[in-house]
Ligand binder design. Sequence first.
Ligand code: AMP
Length: 281
Amino acid sequence: MEIFHDIQKLRQSLDTKRLEGKNIGFVPTMGYLHQGHLSLIKSSAKENDVTVLSIYVNPTQFAPNEDLDNYPRDLENDTKIAEEAGADIIFIPNNKMMYIDNHVTYVNVHELTDNLCGLSRPTHFQGVTTIVTKLFNIVQPKRAYFGQKDAQQAIIIKRMVKDLNIPVDIVVCPIIREHDGLAMSSRNTYLNQQERSEATILNESLQKAKLLIEAGERDSKVIKNTIESMINSKPSANIDYISIVSQETLKDITTIKGSILIAIAVKMGNTRLIDNIQMEV
Ligand code: AMP
């Protein structure tokens, strides 16, 4: 496995591999890798000749009051487990390289960013789409792997590559969970014991919603109220949003029908967690 910190050197290496006819798979992350990230690396390693992993805590997707400075980092362990999972190249750039002085160009996807996490994190997705575009231009992968855990992000990136004719296939991989159902996240490490044990309520409430819908409930309000009262029964929980949206438009729906996404964001203490479930009704 090779590690690159420099854009030009990474490009040269990947140009050579492309000339040899090799397909590049790409997994962008912010590091502090867990099984969720590793599942993306494994999928890429299976489907491509070369798997590139990027580790970069991108400052432009954090608001000033968010956890940029405290975001967990462990490059030594990340490189070890990424290699075991099948990564061939790790790209670890720094801020100076990714945002040269006087950087003024940003990528914005409209409408899909207006709801869900876009409401409470209004500058977040501009940061994500800008860094992902830059990384796509640097790595020029054939396929790029994203997690369903960040459902809105995956839908936005898919639309962005379609709208901007970026020649990359977006592969969305399932949510990997802890044994008790909590969706894996680098941020789970912030949770204290009580918050961690209460955090299972996110997945539990989504599973309950699924059962209600499978039993015939079609009123979004009823489903949302059920999720709300389950989450509010936990003292550490503070709901940011509970939304039921169309997977196509990400707009709220009142009657449950078609391809839907139930997405929730909840603060457990100071830690904001997200989870979701997709259904075809
Ligand atoms: P992050 O390092 O949080 O930016 O995540 C990098 C990629 O890993 C994103 O595409 C995430 O959606 C994906 N990811 C994070 N957590 C999980 C999980 N529990 N299961 C599957 N994919 C995940």
